[in-house]
Design a protein around this ligand. Structure first.
Ligand code: SAH
Length: 215
């Protein structure tokens, strides 16, 4: 039997020492969500290794440090309206829900129906479906019906900030998004300054590619 709770505590302590986790809010959220519950059985052993893991269709659950870092950058609090592009396993959405004290709304959109179903099952088992709503489709176009969003979290790398996502960000909103540059990817914090994007680079990253079209 693996002692998942102790392994989770150890990893969170390391992330705090490294300065990746900065706030008590994100620390509590990372401690509350059992990452092993978002993994198939054969990968559970690695739940608290700080690494991405391939789950299905060549897609990955992000590394814990990346989940924590993005949650810090999003400055989450109760009551926000959040959009996540790239549901994957549903893990990151669950951590966001905890950082928001399960109050507010997280809409998350996934391209692969099979992954959306997997995420829905994971989120249902842990009673997140009251806060997290899973959609299937091309998230590069956002979810115009439910816009604007206070926060937009993108977990697949895009060639640029998708214009439709930027439109759906509220005027004082925050978007966190990995962008593909020439030889690498860079994580950006995007805000709206007088209607135009202000892009603050944070660090080099490595995400799966976003399915992207501008039609
Ligand atoms: N947040 C996830 C990790 C996501 S990996 C987790 O916590 O597990 C990135 C995900 O983005 C993949 O599942 C991939 O299928 C999805 N994706 C890629 N392009 C997309 C698009 N245009 N719209 C919606 N999802 C997309």
């Amino acid at each position: 039997m693996i002692d998942f709770a102790s392994a989770r505590r150890r990893l969170v302590n390391i992330l705090r020492d490294e300065g990746i986790i900065k706030s008590d809010r994100v620390e509590r959220a990372m401690l509350s969500v059992p990452r092993e519950e978002f993994l198939p059985n054969y990968l559970r052993l690695y739940a608290y290794e700080d690494t991405p893991l391939e789950v299905m269709y060549g897609q990955t659950i992000s590394a814990p440090h990346m989940v924590a870092m993005m949650c810090e950058l999003l400055d989450l609090k109760p009551g926000l309206r959040v959009l996540e592009v790239g549901t994957g396993t549903g893990y990151h959405a669950a951590v966001c829900a905890e950082a928001m004290e399960r109050r507010g709304m997280i809409h998350t959109i996934e391209y692969y129906p099979g992954l959306a179903l997997y995420a829905t099952q994971n989120l249902a088992r842990l009673s997140y479906l009251g806060v997290v709503h899973v959609f299937v489709g091309d998230g590069s176009k956002g979810l115009p019906k439910y816009a604007p969003f206070d926060r937009i979290l993108v977990t697949a790398a895009a060639p640029r900030v998708p214009p439709k996502l930027f439109e759906q960000l509220s005027s004082d909103g925050i978007m966190v998004i990995p962008i593909e540059e020439r030889f690498t990817q860079v994580l950006y914090v995007v805000t709206k300054e007088g209607g135009v994007p202000h892009m603050r680079p944070v660090t080099y990253v490595s995400f799966v590619k976003m399915r992207y079209s501008e039609e």
